[in-house]
Design a protein. Structure first.
Ligand SMILES: *[C@@H]1O[C@H](CO)[C@@H](O)[C@H](O)[C@H]1NC(C)=O
Ligand SMILES: *[C@@H]1O[C@H](CO)[C@@H](O)[C@H](O)[C@H]1NC(C)=O
Ligand SMILES: *[C@@H]1O[C@H](CO)[C@@H](O)[C@H](O)[C@H]1NC(C)=O
Ligand SMILES: *[C@@H]1O[C@H](CO)[C@@H](O)[C@H](O)[C@H]1NC(C)=O
Ligand SMILES: *[C@@H]1O[C@H](CO)[C@@H](O)[C@H](O)[C@H]1NC(C)=O
Ligand SMILES: *[C@@H]1O[C@H](CO)[C@@H](O)[C@H](O)[C@H]1NC(C)=O
Ligand SMILES: *[C@@H]1O[C@H](CO)[C@@H](O)[C@H](O)[C@H]1NC(C)=O
Ligand SMILES: *[C@@H]1O[C@H](CO)[C@@H](O)[C@H](O)[C@H]1NC(C)=O
Length: 773
């Protein structure tokens, strides 16, 4: 026993290592924790809904039968068009009365909390909805109908105590099954009495108030598993609950949090004398998500139940986890089979408290005789054979056992014994999983994960290889994603945050404009249509279309040959600086440069940047042909595409020193826009520099000559007080963006610095880098 405990404690209680966790799927796994594409916030990402002055859009109910997305926010409930949630169809408000508000603030609560936060929305069997709100710390529930395009509260206020939290900041979970509400929440004003309850019109049942049952829990999620279905042993349906709590079983020096799964039987009616109106089937076990490199257990934040059709034995819980220490920013996804969980509950050993010394209790494995029927088990055929038809018939011995020992000894391990995904960055908050089929008919579980920063990650685990297809910023500000749902028929995802709700399609294949990018995105929803020459959503494809997809490998060698890139000509003056643009197609790609077919190695004079090659102090040998290739590793290999080609001439004499704006294929309009923008930028900068005295006025160019402008004084850029020194950084940096068209302005401006005997106009050599065309 002691050995066992010591092992557990030492595994979790080592000082936090600072080593980079090594990930399970080999050396390449590290790069796959980076989303391949980062899609910044833009209105095209999805339809947004929010109302001025209304916050906390964190309760969602999809009513595909009514064509609605019902959204609960603070003091308001909305019925939105499921096709376009920007269309509000109806709404009702449910505000607290002034008296309730005063009572609430008098009890010392913040006025912000003394409002009605809608936290529960469920569908009843008759099609109405059940709504609960915190109601200024006096939780209440009501029925709501939708008829004739109108949402209507029935004003049959019911007590929400035990169903809905008092405190809007406390996490809770609930599920409605056959008009009975299962809830996990605090049932008192102080939030100090957590309980898992089931309430119906006629009865209610809850957990015992013992720290061995629930110890400062944070409730996460609930799900039903219909285990009675074709059960050979006459088993009952079950409700699973995920939460985290302060562990009782480790003798650590500070409070350690652990993740748990608990379950109750649907038919549980409580005990006759012992455990009267309390669950007789409440069992819990630790849930581990072993993230390599972390010593403290990870904390569960959300789960999603995925099942293959009607067969409950295929059900899997996908769960997101975050670390319990600050400053460790790796989140993870682990998946648990319901069979693995069920096995621990139905066959595993129990933990039991033993008193060591006087006041100290240790939890160890129980090795004594377990009474029959098995404590915590649902009523099955075997029990019925003993004339135990209901939990009320259970013997006291069984009930007393479970009352004292609701915790299983064994922890639940994820499928594959490790995480499906780990990601460094904004913490994961919510997860949903959608299964889709690729062109070959293979099925893939696509995870959509909400983060603390208002983005959604779309990720897949391809044969143990973690892969994040993209990270899409759904909300402008970095609001945590509070709720995630999807509609299979719509092919859309719905996300809610404090600020609003967003509807986003499963895929935006059109973001990939080339076949290579489409195939490398490895998105099972997307394929390249050869005929249309477009990256399209697979479900929209016609039966006979010629599609390319390569999910495992990202092998785009079947892509049709592309037209050769247009060569961009540049002229640079001896000693000047120049940046040749080359933007890699994805976050996983790296760029490589070739100069006249020779690889370019980084050096102080040739700096390879993420988005280009910076040539410092050009010399004659820099002239020639430059090719930039983007190299992207996929699971089976590395794939290269040429992204840009440049031709560089190095000018020597003063004669040729004219602005050399040589671009191919650029339209006149683009040029005009560019010139206009550049003129504005230049005018502003010139004015500023003149004002600051950095630029010589015409006729004072002698002073400019004093500056050794041949690139030897790179480090002098900061010395702005020297007359005639142009802050190169100022001009070269992307900060000088013009108005709207960023392609022709901010990216186009390149500056080469001031040379001997130049006027400011000549000095402002500009090159337009028309890379995109
Ligand atoms: C969605 O609804 C909004 C508001 O009615 C409307 O402005 C927008 O055009 C609609 N979008 C689509 C794609 O229908
Ligand atoms: C409600 O939204 C506001 C505004 O973003 C936020 O400050 C507050 O924390 C939210 N309240 C809850 C209970 O989440
Ligand atoms: C249990 O149910 C069986 C058959 O339904 C019945 O014969 C038996 O009397 C019941 N036992 C008790 C204790 O109610
Ligand atoms: C989340 O957003 C905040 C504010 O926008 C930003 O400072 C932070 O770096 C972001 N975190 C991550 C991990 O992206
Ligand atoms: C990519 O596909 C082509 C054509 O099917 C094949 O010849 C090649 O070996 C594949 N490459 C890799 C790395 O799998
Ligand atoms: C760029 O330079 C190449 C080689 O000198 C030349 O063939 C091509 O026409 C030039 N392009 C433009 C737009 O002048
Ligand atoms: C340049 O544009 C970006 C994005 O449009 C903007 O965030 C930034 O403030 C702009 N910078 C300047 C100096 O205008
Ligand atoms: C630049 O323009 C492109 C396309 O026009 C757009 O996708 C991108 O968000 C813009 N970037 C900035 C910083 O405005």
């Amino acid at each position: 026993m002691r050995m066992h405990l010591m092992v557990v404690v030492s595994v979790f209680w080592l000082p936090l290592g600072l080593t980079e966790p090594s990930l399970p799927s080999g050396s390449k796994a590290g790069i796959h924790c980076v989303p391949r594409k980062t899609v910044p916030f833009q209105s095209e990402n999805g339809h947004l809904f929010y109302e001025e002055g209304v916050w906390n859009y964190s309760t969602m109910l999809l009513r595909e039968d009514l064509g609605l997305m019902v959204l609960g926010a603070r003091e308001n409930i909305y019925a939105l068009d499921i096709n376009n949630i920007s269309n509000k169809i109806s709404s009702v408000s449910w505000k607290v009365t002034p008296k309730q508000k005063v009572d609430c603030t008098n009890k010392g609560k913040d006025p912000i909390q003394c409002q009605n936060y809608i936290v529960i929305l469920h569908t009843m069997k008759d099609g109405r909805m059940y709504v609960c709100g915190t109601n200024a710390f006096q939780p209440g529930c009501d029925y709501m109908s939708y008829t004739g395009g109108q949402l209507k509260l029935e004003n049959k206020l019911e007590d929400g105590k035990g169903k809905c939290p008092f405190d809007p900041f406390q996490r809770y979970s609930s599920i409605m099954i056959d008009d009975e509400l299962y809830s996990a929440t605090s049932i008192n004003f102080l939030g100090s009495e957590p309980a898992v309850t089931r309430t119906s019109s006629s009865s209610s049942i809850r957990t015992d108030f013992k720290s061995s049952w629930l110890n400062e829990p944070t409730f996460v999620s609930m799900a039903q598993i219909p285990e009675s279905k074709s059960s050979l042993v006459g088993d009952d349906d079950k409700v699973y609950l995920f939460f985290s709590e302060t562990a009782l079983e480790f003798d650590s020096y500070s409070k350690m949090q652990v993740s748990r799964v608990a379950r109750v039987c649907k038919g549980d009616l409580g005990g006759q004398r012992t455990l009267q109106k309390k669950w007789t089937s409440f069992l819990k076990a630790r849930v581990d998500c072993p993230v390599p490199g972390s010593q403290l257990p990870y904390i569960i934040q959300d789960t999603y139940r995925w099942c293959e059709g009607e067969d409950w034995s295929t059900c899997v819980f996908y769960a997101v986890f975050t670390p319990q220490v600050d400053g460790w920013d790796m989140s993870a996804v682990c998946a648990y089979s319901v069979l693995d969980i069920g096995k621990v509950f139905s066959e595993g050993k129990y933990k039991t408290p033993v008193s060591v010394e006087t006041s100290f209790v240790k939890w160890v494995m129980f090795t004594g005789d377990v009474p029959s029927p098995r404590p915590g088990a649902c009523i099955d055929n075997k029990a019925r054979g003993q004339s135990i038809n209901r939990s009320l018939d259970l013997p006291d011995q069984t009930l007393q056992f479970i009352k004292d020992r609701p915790l299983m000894d064994q922890a639940i391990l994820p499928i594959g014994k490790g995480p499906l995904l780990t990601h460094r960055g904004a913490a994961f908050t919510r997860i949903i999983v959608h299964r889709t089929q690729d062109l070959d008919g293979r099925k893939h579980h696509v995870m959509f994960i909400g983060t603390e920063n208002g983005s959604v990650l779309k990720a897949i685990n391809y044969d143990k290889e973690m892969f994040i297809i993209e990270e899409v910023q759904l909300f402008k500000s970095s609001q945590p994603i509070k709720v995630l749902h999807f509609s299979d028929t719509m092919g859309h995802l719905y996300a809610g945050s404090e600020y609003g709700a967003v509807q986003m399609p499963f895929s935006s294949c059109g973001r990939s404009v080339s076949c290579e990018d489409c195939v490398l995105s490895r998105d099972p929803f997307c394929a390249w249509d050869k005929t249309k020459a477009q990256c399209i959503a697979v479900f929209t494809a016609k039966a006979n279309s010629d599609l390319i997809q390569s999910l495992r490998a990202g092998n785009f060698s079947l892509c049709p040959a592309t037209e050769p890139l247009k060569l961009v000509n540049h002229t640079v003056w001896l000693g000047d600086n120049l940046k040749l643009q080359c933007v890699p197609t994805s976050n996983l790609a790296e760029t490589r440069w070739h100069h006249d077919a020779q690889p370019v190695y980084p050096s102080p004079r040739r700096q390879i940047l993420r988005d280009g090659l910076h040539i410092v102090s050009a010399s004659a040998s820099d002239a020639g042909h430059y090719r930039c290739v983007s190299l992207e590793h996929s699971f089976t290999g590395a794939y290269t595409t040429t992204v840009a080609e440049h031709r560089l001439s190095v000018g020597l004499g003063k004669e040729g020193r004219k602005t050399d704006v040589q671009t191919e294929g650029s339209s006149l309009a683009v040029l005009q826009a560019s010139v206009a923008c550049l003129a504005i930028v230049l005018a502003v900068l010139l004015g500023w520099n003149l004002y600051k005295g950095h630029l010589p006025l015409p006729g004072t160019c002698e002073r400019a000559k004093q500056r050794a402008g041949r690139g030897e004084n790179r480090g002098d850029e900061e010395v702005s007080s020297q007359p005639g020194t142009v802050k190169n950084t100022l001009l070269v940096s992307g900060e000088t963006n013009c108005t709207s068209n960023n392609n022709t302005c901010s990216r186009a401006v390149e500056f080469t610095g001031i040379k001997d005997g130049e006027t400011e106009a000549e000095a402002s050599m500009l090159f337009i880098d028309e890379l995109e065309n």
